[in-house]
Write a new protein. Structure first.
Length: 618
């Protein structure tokens, strides 16, 4: 009973703290923190456009603060260094005027880059940005034929068969690749010293005119395709001026508009820059960070649901404000493509509040959890709740699983494009984390049972996708602990018993990878090598996920669960590397996320489930 009282006291502390952080509009606004890519690209863009110079020193200061002692920039703590991030940060600082090549920090960065293969070994997205600024030759596999944009959705090669994340970037890249667009900087500003081969000499080759290239490729590089691509870009500009509400897509959009003749003071470009600036978040240390996409909907939904799980009533003013805020952001219609004039009901939610065109299953299931209890009481909530459920049902893939953005995403076309890392985002197949979360929603909150066909199909898919060691890979979190937690809690909610072979293997795996300190921690490296790799220490988020999975399948608290709960409470009372380790995944090996909400949300959810299940224990 003493332990239970300790947990209950801790829950009340979490509740009070989270309530104090809610905004008057009902939202919670935590930092969506990533590596240096967005800050570096923002510096480069502002220098190119000669606008908002006051932001450049603030962004440069953040880059300087986050350089590792070995000269590199990292994506996560236990990484030696991240080559692409280091190239991006170095280039931005050089252009910013806030650092020079002679500075000690820049010399260390240069040494790291050269020792690790030079610019030539950087990620393809890094090379794109360098090419746009004349610092790297345009990759040989570009341009892809611009006529891809004109193919109907029924074609296997259609632009519309790719994942929405790729589409949000690729329309711009098709324009830029077609034009081989690049901006010019003073000759003395270059990164030739970061190459390990003579590759940079290609930058000095005479540039053929656009008109000459168009004549040579007139069979498929047509004005109509260019107009079509521009139209797609303009259609997907959000109200804040950004492309699809992604900073990364907006950077490329601005360059593509410049490539087709927009001036730097065009209203489209000025609004896009304002939108990017609105993504800025001033951290507690005073540094400015450009979020790739603010996580306001995701954070608000997770917190409002978790507070309800912790015992906060649906009549609570904070819960009602959050629900009304989320209700206002439901996507009610979505146009499939420019060619398709028909609109279909969406009913889903997106990741950020400026997102109006790109709903996803994960955010939708999170919001549905918030509205479920309210839907039984008020018609406005019940109508939105039903539309959300319809969206989730409609998005189930034919294989039984659920993906993030697409239904039955085609992956076979990826092999036709020999673009490094393209396969990691071009397709959006079913994944264990989202499938598990949806099953948990359907089982625990919609009360669907094993006999329901959607439950059966989802369970069958999960069982087939379990790894031989008993784990599942999670696409949108780090990584095997995340996927296994989602799968186990989903299967348990759907009605599988704890003695089912798939659950037994998963529990055995979680116990095997437990750290000696009583917690769990996983390196982001797992996401890249697609094999579990432990972090050098336990983290509060991974520990919360693992414990929640174990609680879901144990009728009585075990010694491992009780010890883990105490460690979770202890570690989360002091901010440090256990609370700041990235737990979100974006692009394997290149983009990881520290959700500042996670160290509050997931421990509170786990502690709440502990009390719900074991409070009647003697």
């Amino acid at each position: 009973m003493g332990r239970l009282k300790t947990v209950q006291t801790e829950i009340q502390t979490y509740i009070s703290h989270l309530k104090s952080l809610q905004f008057p509009d009902g939202s919670w606004r935590f930092l969506f923190e990533t590596g240096p890519m967005t800050d570096a690209n923002m510096i480069i863009l502002l220098k190119n456009l000669d606008t908002k110079p006051e932001l450049i020193p603030q962004l440069a200061q953040r880059l300087k603060q986050r350089q590792a002692p070995n000269g590199a920039w990292k994506q996560y703590d236990d990484e030696v260094g991240h080559l692409s991030s280091t190239v991006e940060a170095y280039t931005a600082l050089l252009l910013s005027g806030c650092a020079s090549r002679e500075d000690v920090m820049m010399q260390k960065a240069e040494e790291y880059i050269v020792q690790h293969g030079g610019v030539e070994q950087a990620h393809v997205s890094t090379k794109f940005m360098l090419a746009l600024n004349g610092f790297y030759p345009w990759p040989r596999f570009f341009p892809l034929p611009l006529y891809l944009i004109q193919l109907p959705k029924s074609s296997s090669f259609s632009y519309y068969r790719w994942s929405s994340y790729v589409r949000s970037h690729f329309a711009s890249l098709l324009i830029l690749g077609h034009r081989k667009f690049k901006l010019h900087h003073p000759r003395e500003i270059n990164i030739h010293h970061l190459f390990v081969t003579q590759h940079f000499h290609k930058l000095r080759e005479p540039r053929r005119s656009n008109r000459t290239r168009e004549r040579k490729k007139k069979g498929y590089l047509s004005r109509s395709a260019l107009k079509k691509t521009e139209q797609i870009l303009l259609q997907n500009i959000e109200n804040d001026g950004t492309q699809y509400s992604y900073a990364s897509a907006t950077f490329f959009m601005i360059y593509s508009l410049l490539a087709i003749g927009y001036k730097t003071d065009s209203p489209m470009i000025k609004q896009a820059v304002e939108g990017l600036a609105s993504f800025g978040y001033t951290a507690r240390d005073g540094s400015l960070h450009i979020q790739n996409s603010p996580s306001t909907v995701w954070d608000t939904a997770l917190i409002a649901y978790t507070l309800q799980e912790a015992g906060v009533s649906t009549e609570d003013a904070g819960i009602l404000r959050a629900a009304k805020y989320l209700l206002s952001l439901q996507h009610l219609e979505k146009q499939e493509s420019e060619r398709d004039s028909r609109h279909r009901t969406s009913g889903g939610w997106g990741f950020s509040e400026s997102n109006t065109a790109n709903p996803d299953v994960d955010d939708t299931q999170a919001v549905i959890r918030v509205l479920t209890r309210l839907a039984a009481q008020e018609s406005d909530y019940s109508a939105a709740w039903r539309k959300g459920i319809q969206y989730v049902f409609r998005m189930q893939n034919d294989d039984g699983g659920w993906a993030a953005f697409e239904k039955n995403s085609v992956s076979s076309i990826i092999r036709l494009f020999r673009i490094p890392h393209f396969a990691e985002t071009a397709a959006d197949p079913s994944c264990a984390d989202i499938t598990g979360r949806v099953l948990e929603l359907l089982g625990n909150h919609l009360k669907l049972r094993l006999s329901h066909p959607r439950i059966q199909d989802g369970l069958d898919w999960l069982v087939k996708k379990q790894k031989s060691d008993g784990s599942w890979y999670g696409r949108w979190g780090v990584s095997f602990i995340y996927g296994t937690w989602a799968a186990v809690t989903g299967m348990a909610a759907a009605g599988l018993q704890a003695d089912h072979p798939a659950i037994r293997r998963a529990v055995d795996w979680l116990l095997r990878i437990r750290h000696e300190d009583g917690g769990w921690g996983e390196s982001c490296r797992s996401d890249f090598i697609k094999k579990y790799n432990p972090a050098p220490y336990s983290t509060v988020v991974h520990t919360a996920w693992a414990l929640d999975a174990l609680i879901a399948v144990h009728d009585n608290p075990t010694e491992v669960i009780d010890q883990g709960i105490l460690r979770l409470i202890e570690w989360n009372r002091q901010e440090g590397r256990r609370t700041t380790y990235p737990a979100g995944a974006g692009l394997p090996g290149h983009f990881y996320i520290h959700y500042h909400s996670y160290p509050l949300v997931w421990p509170l959810l786990t502690l709440s489930h502990y009390v719900q299940k074991y409070q009647k224990q003697p």
